[in-house]
Design a protein around this ligand. Structure first.
Ligand code: ADP
Ligand code: ZN
Length: 288
């Protein structure tokens, strides 16, 4: 079956034609400008391709509740030109095929669970630490949704005793994203994360926040694997700092053999797929 896939991001839209096995036959990258500029190029790409459905992994917030009448509509976002844009409906209207929408992180989680770092488990969490922080969860093979989609980047965290940074989140100031996403690191230290590799306190504070978040996600969702990606996680030394802190903070309370110091390396892991996780995940959405 020929399927369409869209990875709708803040800087670019990647569109592809592929199939349910994750094979990609054709692909195009379109810069994210305002909807009137970007979207006609998206519709053009799919013309005459013979696809039967389209899956979209989108930046958010986006309404994923099928009962609201605004399913697939972009909500409050710093990209103000997109607020209220009915992405799912418009793509369906212009291509004439049904559209399934989910968040970019849910779609990445789906992809990792099918072809990446979580093929051997039934549940996992995919966390991205980049310009923002977001996470997608797979529970029994499906992405976790409810009222709309989870907003795991905006949870409250305890402040590090050496950290006086106010936080960057326009809604909550010092939530997880406000304290630990790439822009928070850059504003706190006056230089981007990639230039701070040797400064120990940067990563001590960063891992303290990310570990707290993971501990909370473990308590609430009980994932069998935690996958961490995004620009900030290019600092590969962060993985061991986070693993150690997660085990310490849990303090033995969740008694799983996966959460012991010698096995946690296989519990908190980098992504298994590189640049096609979004598109492949959107193909899974389209196939379902
Ligand atoms: P996006 O979240 O916009 O999709 P990325 O996942 O690449 O994009 O995240 C971008 C953020 O990651 C920026 O804030 C940048 O400073 C940070 N970043 C990118 N590369 C690195 C690196 N090697 N080390 C630390 N931070 C990085
Ligand atoms: Zn926030």
């Amino acid at each position: 079956m020929k399927l369409g896939a869209i990875e709708a991001g803040g800087t670019k839209f990647v569109c592809a034609v592929g199939n349910e096995d994750g094979d990609v036959f054709e692909k195009i990258v379109i810069p994210t400008e305002k909807p009137e500029v970007t979207m006609p190029k998206v519709y053009d790409f799919f013309k005459g391709t013979g696809i039967e459905r389209i899956g979209i992994g989108s930046f958010g917030p986006i309404d994923l509740n099928e009962g609201t009448g605004t399913y697939g509509t972009i909500q409050k976002t710093p990209k103000t030109e997109w607020i209220g844009f009915p992405l799912g409906d418009e793509v369906s209207k212009h291509t004439g095929v049904p559209v399934v929408v989910d968040t970019d992180v849910n779609v990445a989680a789906l992809s990792e669970s099918r072809w990446g770092s979580a093929t051997d488990v039934h549940s996992c969490l995919y966390i991205t630490v980049g310009t923002g922080i977001g996470a997608g969860a797979i529970v029994n093979g499906a992405t976790l949704k409810g009222l709309s989609h989870p907003e795991m980047g905006h949870i409250a965290i305890r402040r590090h005793e050496k950290d006086t940074f106010a936080g960057t989140c326009p809604y909550h100031r010092d939530c997880l994203e406000g304290m630990a996403a790439g822009p928070a690191i850059e504003q706190r230290w006056g230089r981007p994360g990639k230039d701070l590799k040797e400064k120990e306190l940067v990563w001590e504070i960063e891992s303290y926040y990310l570990a707290q978040a993971i501990v909370n996600y473990i308590y609430i969702l009980s994932p069998e694997r935690v996958i961490m990606g995004g620009g900030v996680m290019q600092q590969a030394h962060l993985f061991d700092l986070i693993r150690t802190k997660v085990v310490d903070m849990l303090n033995g309370y969740v008694s799983s053999p996966l959460l012991t110091p010698d096995r946690v390396d296989n519990y908190i892991v980098p992504p298994g797929l590189t640049n096609e996780a979004g598109i492949k995940g959107a193909l899974i959405l389209a196939a379902e």
